[in-house]
Structures are given as C-alpha cells and as structure tokens.
Design a protein around this ligand. Structure first.
Ligand SMILES: NC(=O)c1ccc[n+]([C@@H]2O[C@H](COP(=O)([O-])OP(=O)(O)OC[C@H]3O[C@@H](n4cnc5c(N)ncnc54)[C@H](OP(=O)(O)O)[C@@H]3O)[C@@H](O)[C@H]2O)c1
Length: 350
C-alpha cells in the first residue's frame, strides 16, 4: 500500500491506486508514472495547505484520490514563498510532480483597503516565483487558485470567464485581484513558450467550517456570524454591518471548492480559466437575515453606509466546470448551520 505522507496532523493511509497508470494521458488527466515496469505514484505539493481552503483540500485528496503517493504541505515559517531561495529549497526538498498553489495573502474589504501594497506584492511574488521554479524543475502540472476579485467591477451577470479582461476590478480589492490574475497570464505564456501545463481556477467567495472568524481579517459570512453571536450573548439590541445591504454575492461551501479543485487537477488541462461557484446569487440584506436566523439573534440590523459596499453584484456562470464533472452540492442553509456549529465548537476560541 502507498503511504500518503502529509504534514503530521494530516497523515493518513491512502487507498491503493487501481487501473493502468502513466503520467499525463492524452485527455490531460493525471495518472501515475510507470518506470521500467514499476509503478511510481506521483507527488503532490499543496501550498497554503494550513489555510482555510488548504485544510479542506488536503482532506479531499486524503479521502478521495488515489493518484498521489505523497501529499505535502508546509507553513510559511518553513518556506516563505516571497523569498526565491526558499521557493528553490522547497522544490528541492519536496520534488513535486504536481503543485496546487493556494498560498496567498487574503482578507475581507477592510484588510484589502489597509494593506493594498502587501496584498499586491506578496501575491504576485509568491505566484511568479513558484511558477518559474516549477517550470525549471519540469513539474508536470501547476494548478493556480485565482479569485473572482480579478473580474472587472461591472461584469455582466453571470460572470463568464471570457469577460475577465473587460475592465478594472472593484477598487477595494483590485491590487489583490490583479496580482492573482498575473498568474493566469504567466501560465498562458509558459504554456505557449515552454509547453508548461498550468491551469487556473477562480473560486467564488468561500465559507464553511474552519473559516477565519477574526473580525480584522475575515470575509463576510464569518464576520456576520461572529457579530450576531456576540450580540446574542451580550443581549445587544443592534448589530452594525458594512455598506447598505444592496450588493449581491455568491458563496461556495469550502468542501465543494476542494472537490472542484481535485477534479480539475485530475481531469482538466486547458489554459482557459474556470469559475468554481454554486451559481446562486444572494443579496447582502437577505444573507444577513439568514445568518441572523441561523445564529438565533433577535435584535436589529443597522447598515453603516459610510463603509464600502464592495463590488455591486457577484454571480458566476459555472457551466465550464461541468467539463470536469464539477457541480456544487451543499445547500446554502445547511452549509451555514454547519459553519455556525463549527464556530461554536472551535472557531469562537480562535
Ligand atoms: N477564502 C475565500 O473566500 C477564497 C475565495 C476565492 C479564492 N480564494 C483563494 O484560495 C486560496 C486560499 O485562501 P484561504 O482563504 O484558505 O486563505 P488562508 O486561510 O488565509 O490561508 C492562507 C495560506 O497561505 C499561506 N501563506 C501566506 N503567506 C505565505 C507565504 N509568504 N509563504 C508561504 N505560505 C504563505 C498560509 O500559510 P501560514 O498559515 O503557514 O502562514 C496559509 O496556509 C487563496 O489563494 C485565495 O486567494 C479564497
């Protein structure tokens, strides 16, 4: 049996791969390499594997994929991807066949507004250096996790991948969105010049157990959960939320996103970026009501219109992802309940 070597807390035995195996089939699917009659399984490196999406993705590969002999991940204190020497060392140490790049500087509107330079520089440098080093080392496949913050501020609804370049992103997250979009350019250019196989996935806003509930840096759903919960416990009669409640958003459960990334890693090989979403849009004011009900808070909601709304509407065309068999499964209300349950059990302490 192959052993699935992952960082200590994720370690788990993997099932034995079945069927004939070779590297990179004509359909672009990844298969294990065959050397001199011996089966050699592949090594997967997930950057950002300690993060919210990263932990779900490591679990997804542990539980549902037999393609990889090893799934490696690491912390930024071990290898800081902004440092080229650390990137070189990382690939020497792990020798991956496939890389899924999740590591990023991320945050909500507030964090993006406070640290636009850091969001731009860190994300650009991590991605550009890692792709270059992966090309030099002949990594077989590179999966870049982008973001829908890369879309233009006024994109026709639903967002289609071909509209990605038709305008400047919403100002509050443009440095982050553009830095991440540069990776798409790099991968397309490297595919043309070097035959380097890179794909780009664009997940919509994620939510779920394991999210970041720190109000300084969190995204909208964990921020609402924490605010309503704190007000419920304190008996406060009003909760203040940012903006006027008019924008719309789409959300994808983190385990659905992880499954989509695994399916694309195993079965998609084309330079065109692919949206990963649930395909359903919700107004912020309706979202706030829903989260309030899940948390059981009975007070009032005050919308602070001095704070930014962010992008006016977000809803994805999710048809391209069907090419590799992805469709979101988690019903939104159930996903919210699971997220709140996790917050009560673990997230509140973080
Ligand atoms: N969350 C969302 O709603 C969402 C939506 C769309 C796309 N995405 C994308 O999904 C990816 C993961 O997001 P997330 O929400 O899971 O983020 P997260 O929880 O903040 O995790 C970020 C990860 O990046 C690593 N990292 C940060 N700086 C690093 C550096 N200098 N060197 C090496 N590693 C570094 C962190 O490692 P340490 O903990 O060790 O520092 C951590 O594992 C990102 O690429 C993000 O753009 C997220």
């Amino acid at each position: 049996m192959f052993s699935l070597a992952v960082s200590a807390s994720y370690s788990k035995e993997a099932p034995i791969p079945s069927g004939p195996m070779r590297a990179g089939g004509r359909d672009g699917a990844l298969r294990c390499a065959k050397r001199e009659g011996e089966l050699v399984a592949m090594r997967l490196l997930i950057t950002g594997g300690s993060g919210f999406l990263g932990r779900a993705l490591v679990r997804e590969f542990e539980q549902n994929s037999a393609r990889f002999e090893r799934v490696d991940t690491f912390r930024s204190r071990e290898y800081d991807l902004r440092d080229r020497a650390a990137v070189t060392q990382l690939l020497s140490d792990k020798r991956p066949d496939v890389i899924i790049h999740l590591a990023a500087k991320v945050g909500g509107i507030g964090a993006n507004q406070r640290y636009p330079g850091t969001f731009f520089y860190d994300n650009l440098m991590m991605g550009a250096q890692l792709v270059e080093e992966a090309r030099l080392r002949k990594v077989q496949k590179f999966v870049a996790i982008g973001t829908i913050c890369s879309y233009p501020k006024f994109t026709p609804i639903p967002f289609k991948e071909e509209n990605l370049w038709n305008g400047y992103p919403e100002e509050t997250n443009a440095p982050y969105g553009i830095a991440k979009k540069m990776l798409l350019v790099q991968l397309e250019a490297y595919r043309k010049e070097f035959g380097f196989r890179g794909i780009t996935l664009l997940p919509v806003n994620l939510y779920g157990p394991g999210d970041n509930f720190d109000l300084e840096t969190s995204h909208v759903i964990p921020a609402m959960i924490r605010k309503f919960h704190t007000a419920k416990v304190a008996g406060a009669d009003t909760v203040t939320l940012w903006g006027d409640g008019s924008p719309s958003r789409e959300f994808l459960y983190v385990e659905d996103a992880a499954r989509g990334i695994r399916l694309a890693t195993e079965g998609y090989d084309s330079p065109e970026p692919v949206n990963l979403g649930s395909g359903s849009e919700i107004l912020m004011k309706d979202l706030a009501q829903l989260v309030r009900e899940v948390v059981g808070y009975e007070g009032r909601i005050h919308w602070d219109t001095t704070k930014p709304n962010g992008q006016p509407r977000r809803c994805l065309d999710t048809s391209r992802a069907k090419q590799f068999g992805f469709q979101a499964e988690m019903p939104f209300a159930e996903g919210l309940k699971r997220t709140y349950r996790w917050f009560l059990e673990a997230g509140e302490r973080e």
